[in-house]
Design a protein around this ligand. Structure first.
Ligand code: BTN
Length: 364
């Protein structure tokens, strides 16, 4: 709910739209935020015109422009305007309207096209941009994945985002940051989208055994400090899985495919930004530790499954038993001994790598 910001005034929306002009930068953001906050009620064109200090025809022209960008806006004479549908693709002013609506004043850089959001975040860090900030793009031409792989990112319906921070803490203290942030994203998607997403150690989010998101954290470390850190996430949102090659669609999915309907991507970006920035603050304060391991247990995609990984250069296989406090994956070997794997790829079953989690759970 938006209220008048004039000192002491608690007038409800619309009544006091006029004062909002003092805070306003982008008229589209203001119009969209007002339409979002009206909760399906009509917003009067003359109130918008007054608040924006433009004519009613000017308001109409702006709404026409927004319609051209994919919004469906209902207009009724003597009542005003009402938002019916948002664009399927990421829309900058709408992201900013949602951010304002949830009270998140994060610094967000939004691009239609970019080489890699992680690379752009690194450039911005090198240019001394204040942290935290997030770079979001509709498409990437050189998206990067883990272990030197490419992250194929031509699909405009998906999310490519990189969050930048300057932790200034010893690297040892940053060991579990990706697991923690990934877990928070996983929990958010479960709660906000009602999709049973699970986290696969260390950096993937899966649903029904198919990959829905991948995360890549890159950091610059001085002698004893992590100077800056970029947490990148590629999340399949509204990507059309029917158009994907079968070798991809057999192992990967999107939120829309799982939900059976389009996801409001601009809203998701705004909410995810708030989730990740809050989660980072909790991590830095150390308060994340309380409940971290139990939350991991709740969303762990590998829990009690037979998996194999690499330990001291040798492949080992065992039953996944969650993570330890340092973020290592605990594997119970055939003789009952627990070994901890700290890095690398984990495959399901014993033997060949499989990206889709189709193995049956192993009875403990
Ligand atoms: C993986 O599963 O290999 C991790 C993929 C990470 C991809 C994201 S997309 C946004 C950000 N920018 C990049 O270039 N990579 C990450």
């Amino acid at each position: 709910m938006w209220y008048c910001k004039v000192a002491g005034c608690r007038a409800a929306p619309i009544v006091c739209l006029y004062s909002a002009v003092f805070e306003m930068n982008d008229p589209d953001v203001f119009i969209l935020k007002t339409l979002l906050e009206s909760d399906g009620e009509y917003v009067s064109g003359s109130d918008l015109a007054k608040a924006l200090a433009i004519s009613r025809v000017g308001v109409w022209a702006r709404l026409e422009k927004l319609r051209g960008e994919g919004f469906e806006i209902d207009a009724v004479r003597h009542r005003g305007y009402r938002l019916l549908k948002e664009p399927v693709l990421l829309h900058e002013a709408l992201v900013r309207a949602y951010l304002e609506r949830i009270g998140c004043d994060a610094d967000v850089v939004i691009r239609d096209q970019i080489d890699s959001t992680n690379t752009e975040a690194e450039r911005q860090l090198a240019n001394e941009r204040r942290t935290p900030f997030v770079v979001v793009a509709r498409q990437q031409s050189s998206g990067r994945g883990r272990l030197g792989r490419r992250w194929h990112s031509p699909d405009e319906g998906n999310l490519y985002a990189s969050f930048a921070f300057r932790p200034n803490l010893p690297p040892m203290q940053m060991q579990t940051i990706t697991l923690w942030l990934g877990l928070q994203v996983c929990e958010y998607v479960n709660q906000a989208q009602g999709i049973p997403l699970r986290i696969k150690w260390p950096n993937d989010l899966l649903a029904n055994g198919k990959k829905v998101a991948g995360m890549l954290t890159e950091a610059r470390v001085d002698a004893d400090r992590t100077r800056d850190l970029v947490f990148g996430i590629g999340l399949n949102v509204n990507g059309d899985t029917q158009q994907w090659p079968v070798e991809v669609s057999s192992v990967a999915s999107s939120l829309a495919a799982l939900k059976g309907q389009e996801v409001q991507i601009s809203k998701l970006v705004a909410e995810l930004t708030q989730v990740v920035i809050r989660a980072y603050e909790k991590y830095i304060s150390g308060s994340f530790q309380e409940g971290f391991l139990s939350a991991w247990g709740k969303y762990d995609a590998l829990r009690d499954l037979r998996v194999s990984g690499i330990l001291r250069g040798r492949e080992i296989s065992g039953v996944a038993r969650g993570i330890d406090r340092n973020g290592g994956l605990k594997l119970e070997l055939a003789d009952g001994v627990i070994e901890v794997v700290h890095s690398g790829e984990i495959s399901l079953g014993s033997g060949q790598m499989s990206r889709a989690a189709t193995s049956d759970p192993v009875k403990a």
